[in-house]
Design a protein around this ligand. Structure first.
Ligand SMILES: *Cc1c(COP(=O)(O)O)cnc(C)c1O
Length: 285
């Protein structure tokens, strides 16, 4: 496997992390996971736009366009002969003697390599079991930051409980998102999902879904909902680049609907794969 390191490609075995890379020491960096389906990128431009957003908000001085990231990612796909899967891309503030303040001379570190992503067909057919968990993360969840300690601890909590995802809540009346996904509910035929603010990561799949709902004339509301509303919903599903759309069939051992994937969720899922040639969402929803 060939790995992109800044502007050059190196063998996976030669790709090593400097012990003073700020990504390694402070989680001082941002990342993206991007899908590649059947020889084509899926929503690549939107991922690159969000990468630039995360970089700007984290005050990491790196311009995605100037640094030809898109061309390098195309090279990465080509060098590794990828037909289906994805890539992981991260940019850190770079290598400097360990000290909290930003280093004077920032030379960000970029790495990208192929991910062997598969369609999660079993979960999509059967639905997934979830738990709810207190959202104890920081208040800049809009940045796709490398600091995932709260997310990984909570994901493990879900696995330990025999579930596969945790749904975060700040308090009883405020459900935010999943530990690595965005959360949607269906209530009386209307989709509801959390606003794109500092409490959640504004998923590209979330935005894709809202756009798809528009196309299919499925009404939606962007608003905060409670734990109670979540558990009483007709349907619940989670979205992300790797999960795509996964129906949720139970939350804290309570069945959602009749305990099988809902009809609106299944409709959205059916349309998802018709759309895999999309490279850019039409508008910023
Ligand atoms: C990446 C991520 C998502 C999903 O975003 P996509 O762009 O759809 O992959 C949702 N929540 C969190 C916390 C994430 O890190």
């Amino acid at each position: 496997m060939l790995v992109l390191h800044n502007q050059t490609f190196i063998d996976r075995d030669e790709a090593v992390v400097d012990i003073e890379d700020r990504g390694y020491q402070f989680g001082d960096g941002v990342y993206e996971v991007i899908r590649y389906y059947d020889g084509q990128w899926f929503l690549l431009d939107d991922h690159l736009d969000r990468l630039q957003y995360s970089l700007n908000e984290a005050e990491i001085d790196f311009d995605v366009q100037v640094n030809n990231v898109k061309a390098r990612l195309n090279d990465l796909i080509e060098h590794n002969h990828i037909q289906d899967g994805g890539v992981y891309l991260q940019i850190t503030r770079g290598v400097a003697p360990r000290n909290h303040p930003y280093p004077d001379k920032q030379a960000p570190t970029l790495i990208a390599y192929p991910l062997n992503l598969k369609r999660p067909l079993d979960d999509q057919q059967n639905g997934i079991h979830t738990i709810t968990a207190k959202d104890f993360r920081w208040l800049r969840c809009d940045i796709k930051s490398l600091n995932l300690l709260g997310n990984v601890m909570t994901k493990q909590k879900a696995l330990n409980a025999g579930a596969s995802e945790a749904i975060f809540y700040r308090d009883e009346i405020h459900v935010t998102e999943g530990s690595s996904t965005n959360v949607f509910i269906v209530r009386d035929g209307t989709l509801v999902t959390h606003p794109a603010d500092h409490y959640i990561l504004n998923g590209i799949t979330r935005r894709y879904l809202l756009n798809l709902a528009d196309k299919l004339n499925i009404p939606y509301q962007i608003e905060v909902f409670s734990l109670n509303t979540l558990k009483q919903a007709d349907e619940v599903f989670v979205t992300s680049t790797s999960a795509e759309i996964k129906p949720v069939v139970s939350i804290d051992d309570k069945k959602i609907g009749d305990g099988t994937p809902g009809t609106i969720t299944n409709t959205l899922l059916e349309h998802y794969f018709d759309d895999i040639n999309i490279t850019k969402l039409p508008e910023d929803v």
